[in-house]
Design a protein around this ligand. Sequence first.
Ligand code: ARG
Length: 303
Amino acid sequence: MSGALFVDVDSIPNRGSFEKRSLDRSVLFSAPTHFDVDYEINPYMRPGVDEERAAAQWESLVELFGELADVTVFDADGVRTELDEEAAVTPPEDLPDMAFCSNHALSIPGEDRFVLARMATAERRDEPAYFERWAEAAGYEVVRLHTDAPFEGCGDARWHPGRDLLWGGYGQRSELGAYRELAERFGIDVVPLELTDDAYYHLDVCFSALDETTALVCPDAFTATGRAKLDRLFDTLIEVPAAAAQEGFACNCHAVGGELVVIQETNDATIDRLEAHGYETVGVATDEFMKAGGSVACLAFPY
Ligand code: ARG
């Protein structure tokens, strides 16, 4: 890694050498113990969560991932893995978005290290501390950014599978200053992607890198410059119309092992296209979480 921000995309060799541990096999979930919609910080948020239904949807998702990947869960009763008591975190009631743990940090591939998020909104400001407690108890090093610039972890920062390259969504929640520090301090090559509209308040609402060569993208979310960067670094962009990205959270999916895509089930057209491109798909119901503006990718933190 050379640590360049605004990395010159044309200078990147066509195939990378991302030999580090792949990030799609270990996934963390945070229990939706107090999940609800109590405030409105993205255009999708609407009250009326059915708590039991949300809990059941989340349990099914965790169970499914349990068959596909190494899964760790932290919840009010503690961590449901071999970890000891100290790993227990109890998310307080006033943090209803805690289940969206993909926003709490970014994992550095190949290093037992997380860069902690700094949430853009006051409503979620206290969440990353709970992630930090889990991570430290689990033996990971947690580093905080020095900059005041907001950085919402994997909600906006996604590694390019197979390459030493980080796609950095900015302009809605995370800011460029955070990526500058990631580049300079940690030697990460960052390709910034400006998000044009609050309908795409996180990068994971409009972009999912399925494997080294293919990504699911909603072109509507990006500037012409951003689209050109995506075009340059992926061989195939499977395009998702704005309506599917926004109504079905089609891009907020999670690809396991570069071949199986876990996706909100009400996305027939996207599912057909994924299958036509050779991906297996599993449709899941996440509609209770969509009431808060999130689906599969927001709930599953890859590390
Ligand atoms: N209500 C949460 C927020 O607005 C939802 C977060 C969803 N997470 C995601 N990665 N898009 O921050």
